[in-house]
Write a protein that binds this ligand. Structure first.
Ligand code: PLP
Length: 374
């Protein structure tokens, strides 16, 4: 793909995705299934291509946040099961059947409505029951002293006509932080599974491990794992990086083509609000990436771009469509040169400086930035 006419683009390295997939897969026991997270446009990487690629690599299931994301995957030819992790409004129940989407269910009432819709259509809907073991987001809230009552409700849900209860799952809230809390969550999950077994309710697929748990705690892998971030080449926490880490490779590199190089005298103000003033005669590269492309304005006067291999500080505020970088010390920089905006290390650094995590910056890369696959 010719990028010479592009102002700013994201290179998506599918061989890095494959490497990460195989690396994670190799950590699993034989028979453990692999669900690839494709929500939020596959963490900004482009759901259609990533979904197809993961399916081709052998991921048994994909997951998304909502029905429209699942439909996009189906429309791009994905045939693997797709789990919708979020609530689906009643009006969209027919879409679950039409597009063969597996639905997360977190309460009996919704289950009843879904059951009725399925029966009315003469079809069935596959569901995964969600347990809340400590995230306080979605799911049946599991409490040891109400175990009977809750297991009873879930058993009722699973026996509703028109519903195919295939999975039981939960989500860890601190797998990159506290082992103790994570094991408490796991224990609750396994208790629930057992309480349900006693009632004759079993599940083909029990799952709870997102990236941090996949990497840290093999005991959480169970029947299936659900990594997102690690697939895209990043670590949920510092302790896994470096030579001893599993060696994940960032999949996305964002680049921008320098629009102009300006020679400006000492004392000149730069960009909105005059937050920067040149302390010497300088060469500034005007780089066509801004917050309209998802590049955080918080990075003004803080971050660097990599130009001809050198780190060039951003000078002044990041604008909607552009920012300026100091290239005074880099010989030969010209309009048309490529500035690396995010590679792995730059992404991590930008996230830290912006007070966020790589997840957010990847998702933020806006639709204006074409994704180029190779
Ligand atoms: C996003 C998400 C994941 C993946 O999390 P990562 O930290 O990106 O691996 C797994 N499970 C659920 C329910 C999620 O919402």
């Amino acid at each position: 793909m010719d990028t010479t006419k592009m102002r700013t683009w994201a290179e998506i390295d599918l061989s890095a995705l494959e490497h990460n997939y195989r690396t994670l897969r190799a950590m699993l026991a034989p028979g453990c299934r692999f669900l690839g997270l494709c929500k939020a446009n596959a963490y900004g990487h482009g759901a259609a291509v990533i979904g197809k690629k993961l399916e081709e690599l052998g991921a048994e299931m994909l997951a998304v946040a909502c029905v429209s994301e699942a439909m996009e995957l189906r429309q791009s030819g994905v045939t693997a099961p797709i789990l919708c992790l979020g609530e689906t409004p009643e009006e969209c129940f027919p879409l679950l059947m039409e597009y063969r989407i597996t639905q997360m269910v977190e309460d009996l009432e919704t289950g009843r409505k879904l059951s009725q819709a399925a029966q009315a259509a003469g079809k069935s809907v596959t569901i995964h029951v969600k347990l809340d073991t400590g995230m306080s987001r979605l799911g049946f809230f599991w409490q040891a002293d109400r175990a009977d009552e809750i297991a009873g409700e879930i058993a009722q849900l699973c026996r509703l006509p028109g519903l195919e209860a295939e999975g039981l799952f939960t989500h860890f809230s601190d797998a990159d932080g506290s082992e103790e809390y994570t094991m408490e969550q796991l224990t609750k999950f396994l208790d629930a599974r057992q309480a349900l077994e006693k009632r004759g309710v079993t599940f083909q697929i029990c799952h709870c491990a997102s990236s941090a748990a996949v990497l840290h705690y093999p005991c959480t892998h169970l029947d299936m794992v659900r990594p997102g971030l690690a697939l895209y080449g990043y670590y949920p926490d510092e302790s896994l990086k470096g030579l001893d880490g599993p060696g994940l490779e960032p999949v996305m590199t964002v680049k921008s083509r320098i629009a102009a190089v300006r020679a400006l005298p000492k004392g000149t103000y730069v960009s909105y609000g005059r937050t920067a003033r040149l302390e010497r005669d300088s060469l500034l590269a005007v780089v066509p990436i801004g917050y309209g492309d998802g590049y955080p304005r918080r990075l003004s006067n803080q971050m660097v771009l990599k130009i001809r291999g050198a780190e060039c500080p951003i000078v002044g505020r990041v604008c909607m469509d552009m920012c300026m970088a100091d290239v005074t010390d880099v010989p030969g920089v010209q309009a048309g040169d490529v500035a690396v905006v995010y590679d792995g290390p730059l992404m991590e650094r930008a996230a830290q400086l912006a007070g966020t995590i790589p997840y957010e910056l990847m998702c933020a890369v806006s639709p204006r930035v074409p994704r180029i696959y190779f």
